[in-house]
Write a protein that binds this ligand. Structure first.
Ligand code: SF4
Length: 971
C-alpha cells in the first residue's frame, strides 16, 4: 500500500467514526491502532500474498483470538487462519486485549514455530525400556488413562493420598487443576514458585497480605525497578509498554541492576550495586524521607500498624503517633547514604540524588521488584519489603501512578464447582521446617524423598522440567530413576524436555493456540479476563462443525489439560462411590462427563459481571463473545479498595479489637464481588474480618492480620524471627564477609528476552536470535584471569563446575560474573528438539555425575525446509545443575546467586561440560535445613503455618494443627 493509499484509508476510517485519531480502532485498547484489522472484519480479513508478488493474489483469513502461553503475561494473540488451507498462517497481537493492547514480544508470534515444529510430540508414549533408556512405544489415550486413573484410585482408597503429586511450572490458568486435586481430596499441588518469585512475594505479602504488586507505570512520576522488565522480567510486554508510556509522559526511570539489562539501557539512573545490598540502598532512601519529613504523615498515621508495634514491642512508650515518629527516626537513622555506599559500592552522592528524586514523586511513585536479587540471595524477600516501604512512606499505594496490590487488579471468576478443602496436610510439599514459606518447597523434593520422608506413587509434571530448570538437576535424575521413590512419573508436555526422558508416560498437551484456559493478571489498574482457546477448533465450530474433544482438531493426538483432567477424574471414580465424580459431571446432562463448552459457558453466564449484557448488545451469548474477542474488560480504575466504607449491614453483631479491627457475624454476601478482596482470619467465635476503624470510620483495609499495612510483622515476631519484625537490612549468603578471597558472585537470575524456560527450543526464529549463554565478565576482571571473549573458563560451585566461554563486557559490575539461565538444553538421544538441544553423554560413578556434549546443533532434513538452513552450532551450557539447593529459611525461596571460583579452563575441558557430586549437594541441603526455625518448635499456636498466609489449595483448617505429641517446648 502506498503512503497515499494509507492516508486515504485512515481518512476514510476517521470519516466513519466521526472523530480524529484515537477512534480509528475502536477496541478497548483505545489506541490509534491503524495496523490492526477492525474487529468487524475478523470473519473475512483479506491480505495480499507476499510470495505471489508482483502478482496481486488475495488471501482470506478468519481471525481467531487466543492467548499467548509463552510467559505469564498472557498477552492476546490473533490467529490468522487461511480459509483455503484451514491452517494458521501467523499470529499477531489482539487489539481487543486490555492488558497487551495488541502488542506482543517476539515469543508471541513464535507460537507458530511451536505448533509447526517437526520434532514435537504428537502421540502418547509409554516407556519401553528402563527409565532414561530412551525406549518408547506409542499407546492410546485410553490405555494411559486407564492405567493412571487406576493407580490414583488405589492410592486414594488405601489412604495414600500424599503419594499423588501434581507439579506445575507455568500454570497459565487460574485454579482449574487445584480444584481437580481438591475434588480428589488430595493436598498434592506443587509449583515452581519457590525457584521463581517467592522472595518478592514474601516481602509484599508481609506488608499488604497480597503477594504481588501492580504498578501503574503509565501515570507515574518516578519509576524504580529492581528487575529487568523491559526485556525479561515479570509481565514483560504489558509492563514494558507502560514503562515506556510513563517515560513518554515525563517519568524518570531508576533501575537497580548489577548487570546492564535492556531495562537499564532506558534508565535515567542505572546503578549496579553489589548483589544483595539493594535493601541497604532502599533503607537509605527511606531514611532520607523520614529524617526530612518528606513522607506522607496522614497516610502513615492512618494505614500503618504502628499502634500495634508500639503496644507490643515498646510498651514503655506512650502509644501515640508522635512517639512512633520519634522512634521511626531513631530506628532508621543508622541507614545513611554512606552506609549504603559501603555495602553497595554505589557512590553515596548518587544514592542521595536518587532519594531526592524519589521524594518528588509523592503518590505517583511506581516501583517493582520481581525475581532479580529477591530470588538471588538469602533474605532477598527483605528487598521487596524495603522497596514497598518507600511506597508506604509516600502513600503511593493504590493511587494513580502508584502501586496496587495484585488481587485488586485481577479477576478470578467463580467456577461451576468448588470442591471442599482437602482433609490432609502434605508434609512433602509443606515441610514443618518452613512454616512461613511463600510456596511449596518444591526444589527440595529429591532430598526430602532421599531422607525417607515419603515416596510418590503418581507424579505429574506439567509445563515443567525440573531436571533442567531446578537447581541440582542430577539429584532429580537420581530420584526419578529410583522406582522405590517414584512409582509412576507422567510428563504432561507439548515438547521433549530433559525431565521427560525419565518418565513412564509422556502425554502430549497443546501449545497456547491448542487449549482452553482463563486468566487475569495485574497489568495495570483494571480488571480483565482473558480466554485462551484452541483456534482451529474455534474456527471450525464457527463454520458449524462441532467437536466433543480438542484432540479431534489438534495435530496428531495432542490434547489439552482441562479435558484430560476432567476425563481422568471421571475414570478415577467411574461409579461415583468416592464422591469425586460429581465434580466432573455435566449439570445439563447428568450422568455424563462435563464438557469444555458447558464448563466455560457456566462461568461466563454466571460469574463475570457485565459480560452477559455486553454480549447481548452484539446478539451473542457470553461464550460466543469470548470466543470472538478473547478478552473482556470488567472494570477500569479500581482505585483505593482499602478506603472503601464497609456497608452498614455488615456491621451487625460486631466486635472491635484493641487495634481497631472490626469483626462481624453478618453473613458473607452471596453475589460475586466485582473486586475480590482476600480477607484475613476472623476470630475464634466465628466472626469474620470486615474492616478497620480509621479516624472513626470503618474501612475495608488490607487482608493482613492487623487489617492495615504491616510495617510491623507480628507474624515474624511470634514465629521465631523477632529480629526481622520491622523492615531492615541484613547480610546475605553472598555478602563479601562470607566469601573466601578467591570467590566471586555468579548472577544466574536473568534470562534472554527471546527464550522461554523450556518450550522455546522448538521455536526456530527465537533460536536463531539467541542460542548461547556466555559468562559476562568485566574487562578488569578478565584481565586478572588473562581471559578474552571466547576463551573457555571453569566456573566452580560448592558441588561441581561447568565450562563456558567468556564474554568480556563493561555491562557488568567489576568482580561479579553473570550467566543467563535459559540455555544449555540437552538430549540423550536423537529424540528431542534438534534446533537447540545438544546431544550429550550422561555418566556417573556413584554420586559423581558428568554431562559432556557429544554433538552440537546441526542442520537436518525435516518437513520444514528451514531446518536445513540452521547455521548455529552452540546450545550453551546447563549451569543450574551445578547449583546446590539454597532454601531461604523464611520465604523458602531458592537463593540462586552462587559464590563461585572462576578459572581458565583446563586442557581437557570442553564448552558445555558439567560435573557435580550429589553427595555434596545433599550436605549443602542439610546445612541450609539447619538454619530453619521449624513450626513444631516455634509455632506460637501449635499450627503448621499462619492461617492468614497465602497457600495454593488450602487444606481444611483443622489440618493446620500439628499433632500435640509432635510439639516441642517453645524456646
Ligand atoms: S510478553 Fe511475550 S511471551 Fe509473554 S505473553 Fe506477551 S507475547 Fe507472550
Amino acid at each position: 500500500m502506498s503512503p497515499d493509499d494509507l492516508d486515504q484509508r485512515v481518512s476514510a476510517a476517521r470519516d466513519e467514526t466521526g472523530s480524529r485519531g484515537e477512534t480509528f480502532y475502536p477496541g478497548p485498547s483505545r489506541n490509534h491502532l491503524a495496523a490492526f484489522p477492525p474487529k468487524e472484519r475478523w470473519d473475512d480479513w483479506t491480505e495480499l500474498d507476499s510470495r505471489a508478488w508482483p502478482k496481486r493474489k488475495e488471501r482470506h483469513y478468519s481471525l481467531i483470538p487466543t492467548t499467548c502461553f509463552n510467559c505469564e503475561s498472557a498477552c492476546g494473540l490473533l490467529a490468522y487462519i487461511d480459509k483455503v488451507t484451514g491452517e494458521v498462517q501467523k499470529f499477531e497481537g489482539n487489539p481487543e486485549h486490555p492488558g497487551s493492547r495488541g502488542r506482543n514480544c517476539a515469543k508471541g508470534p513464535a507460537t507458530l514455530n511451536q505448533i509447526t515444529d517437526p520434532d514435537r510430540i504428537l502421540y502418547p508414549l509409554k516407556r519401553a525400556g528402563k527409565r532414561g533408556e530412551g525406549k518408547w512405544e506409542r499407546v492410546s489415550w485410553d490405555e494411559a488413562l486407564e492405567d493412571i486413573s487406576a493407580r490414583i484410585r488405589k492410592a486414594i482408597v488405601e489412604d495414600r493420598r500424599d503419594e499423588i503429586m501434581y507439579h506445575v511450572g507455568r500454570p497459565g490458568e487460574d485454579g482449574f487443576t487445584e480444584r481437580i486435586l481438591a475434588a480428589w481430596g488430595v493436598d498434592g499441588h506443587n509449583s515452581h514458585t519457590n525457584i521463581c518469585s517467592s522472595g518478592s512475594r514474601e516481602g509484599y505479602q508481609l506488608w499488604m497480605g497480597m503477594d504481588r504488586p501492580s504498578p501503574d507505570h503509565s501515570n507515574a512520576k518516578v519509576i524504580l525497578l529492581i528487575s529487568a522488565h523491559l526485556e525479561s522480567g515479570h509481565y514483560f510486554n504489558p509492563h514494558a509498554q507502560r514503562v515506556i508510556d510513563g517515560k513518554a509522559n515525563g517519568a524518570k526511570l531508576i533501575v537497580f541492576d548489577t548487570r546492564l539489562s535492556h531495562t537499564a539501557t532506558h534508565a535515567d539512573y542505572w546503578v549496579a550495586p553489589y548483589p544483595g545490598s539493594e535493601a541497604a540502598m532502599l533503607l537509605a532512601i527511606a531514611n532520607y524521607l523520614i529524617q526530612n519529613n518528606l513522607y506522607n504523615r496522614d497516610f502513615v498515621r492512618q494505614w500503618w500498624n504502628w499502634e500495634q508495634y508500639l503496644a507490643v514491642e515498646h510498651p514503655e512508650i506512650e502509644t501515640n503517633f508522635q512517639s512512633f515518629e520519634t522512634l521511626l527516626r531513631d530506628t532508621y537513622k543508622q541507614y545513611t547514604f554512606e552506609f549504603a555506599a559501603a555495602e553497595s559500592g554505589v557512590d553515596a552522592r548518587v544514592i542521595e540524588e536518587i532519594a531526592e528524586l524519589v521524594a518528588t514523586a509523592g503518590t505517583r511513585f511506581s516501583s517493582h521488584n520481581w525475581r532479580s536479587v529477591s530470588s538471588g540471595v538469602s533474605g532477598g524477600w527483605s528487598v521487596a519489603r524495603c522497596l514497598f516501604m518507600l511506597n508506604a512512606l509516600l502513600g503511593a499505594v493504590a493511587t494513580e501512578g502508584g502501586v496496587f496490590p495484585n488481587a485488586w487488579n485481577k479477576f478470578v471468576p467463580k467456577p461451576i464447582y468448588t470442591p471442599p478443602h482437602p482433609r490432609m496436610w502434605n508434609e512433602t510439599t509443606w515441610p514443618r521446617e518452613y512454616p512461613l514459606s511463600m510456596n511449596e518447597m518444591s526444589f527440595l523434593l529429591p532430598h526430602l524423598l532421599k531422607d525417607g520422608r515419603s515416596r510418590l506413587d503418581v507424579y505429574f509434571t506439567r509445563v515443567y522440567n525440573p531436571v533442567w530448570t531446578n537447581p541440582d538437576g542430577f539429584s532429580w535424575i537420581e530420584m526419578l530413576t529410583d522406582p522405590d521413590l517414584v512409582g509412576c512419573y507422567v510428563a504432561l508436555t507439548p515438547t521433549w524436555n530433559e525431565t521427560s526422558y525419565f518418565a513412564d508416560y509422556i502425554l502430549p498437551m497443546g501449545h497456547g493456540s491448542e487449549r482452553h484456559d482463563i486468566h487475569s493478571y495485574e497489568t495495570h489498574d483494571s480488571q480483565w479476563l482473558g480466554f485462551r482457546q484452541p483456534v482451529l477448533r474455534a474456527a471450525r465450530e464457527r463454520q458449524g462443525e462441532s467437536f466433543h474433544s480438542t484432540r479431534d482438531v489438534n495435530p496428531g493426538e495432542v490434547w489439552e489439560e482441562n479435558e484430560f483432567w476432567l476425563e481422568l477424574t471421571w475414570r478415577i471414580d467411574a461409579d461415583g462411590s468416592l464422591g469425586i465424580r460429581q465434580y466432573a459431571e455435566s449439570q445439563k446432562n447428568p450422568g455424563t462427563r462435563l464438557g469444555i463448552d458447558e464448563y466455560y459457558e457456566w462461568i461466563f453466564d454466571n460469574s463475570v459481571p457485565g459480560l452477559p449484557e455486553k454480549a447481548a448488545d452484539e446478539s451473542l451469548t457470553p461464550l460466543e463473545y469470548m470466543r470472538r474477542y478473547g478478552a473482556f474488560e470488567i472494570k477500569q480504575n479500581i482505585g483505593k479498595v482499602y478506603e472503601q466504607q464497609v456497608d452498614a449491614w455488615e456491621l451487625d453483631d460486631i466486635r472491635e479489637d484493641r487495634f481497631g479491627r472490626i469483626l462481624t457475624r453478618a453473613p458473607k454476601p452471596a453475589a460475586a464481588n466485582i473486586v475480590p478482596i482476600p480477607t484475613p482470619d476472623g476470630d475464634e467465635e466465628g466472626r469474620r474480618f470486615v474492616g478497620v476503624k480509621v479516624d472513626g470510620e470503618v474501612k475495608r483495609g488490607f487482608p493482613t492480620p492487623s487489617g492495615r499495612l504491616e510495617f510491623y510483622s507480628h507474624t515474624l515476631a511470634t514465629w521465631g524471627w523477632p529480629e526481622h519484625a520491622i523492615p531492615g537490612y541484613f547480610k546475605s549468603h553472598v555478602h563479601p564477609d562470607k566469601l573466601e578471597k578467591d570467590q566471586t558472585i555468579l548472577i544466574s537470575t536473568f534470562r534472554l528476552p527471546v527464550q522461554i524456560h523450556t518450550r522455546s527450543a522448538n521455536a526456530k526464529w527465537l533460536d536463531e536470535i539467541a542460542h548461547t549463554n556466555p559468562l559476562w565478565i568485566h574487562p578488569s576482571h578478565a584481565a586478572k584471569l588473562d581471559v578474552q571473549s571466547g576463551d573457555l573458563v571453569r566456573v566452580e560451585t560448592e558441588i561441581g563446575y561447568y565450562v563456558v566461554p567468556a564474554w568480556v563486557t563493561e555491562g557488568i559490575r567489576p568482580g561479579i560474573v553473570a550467566c543467563s539461565h535459559h540455555m544449555g538444553r540437552w538430549k540423550l538421544t536423537e529424540e528431542g528438539q534438534r534446533q537447540l538441544m545438544a546431544t550429550v553423554k550422561l555418566d556417573h560413578e556413584g554420586t559423581e555425575w558428568s554431562l559432556k556434549r557429544e554433538k552440537g546443533i546441526e542442520p537436518y532434513q525435516s518437513p520444514d525446509p528451514d531446518t536445513l538452513r540452521i547455521w548455529w552450532r552452540d546450545a550453551g551450557v546447563h549451569q543450574n545443575m551445578t547449583f546446590p539447593v539454597h532454601p531461604d529459611p523464611i520465604s523458602g525461596m531458592h537463593c540462586w546467586h552462587q559464590a563461585v571460583r572462576v578459572k581458565r579452563a583446563e586442557p581437557d575441558d570442553n564448552a558445555g561440560d558439567v560435573f557435580v557430586d550429589t553427595k555434596k549437594s545433599h550436605e549443602v541441603y542439610k546445612k541450609w535445613l539447619a538454619m530453619t526455625r521449624p513450626a513444631d518448635k516455634y509455632s506460637p499456636d501449635g499450627t503448621r503455618r499462619p492461617y492468614w498466609m497465602l497457600r495454593p489449595l488450602k487444606p481444611a483448617r483443622e489440618f493446620y494443627k500439628l499433632p500435640k505429641e509432635e510439639l516441642a517446648e517453645v524456646p
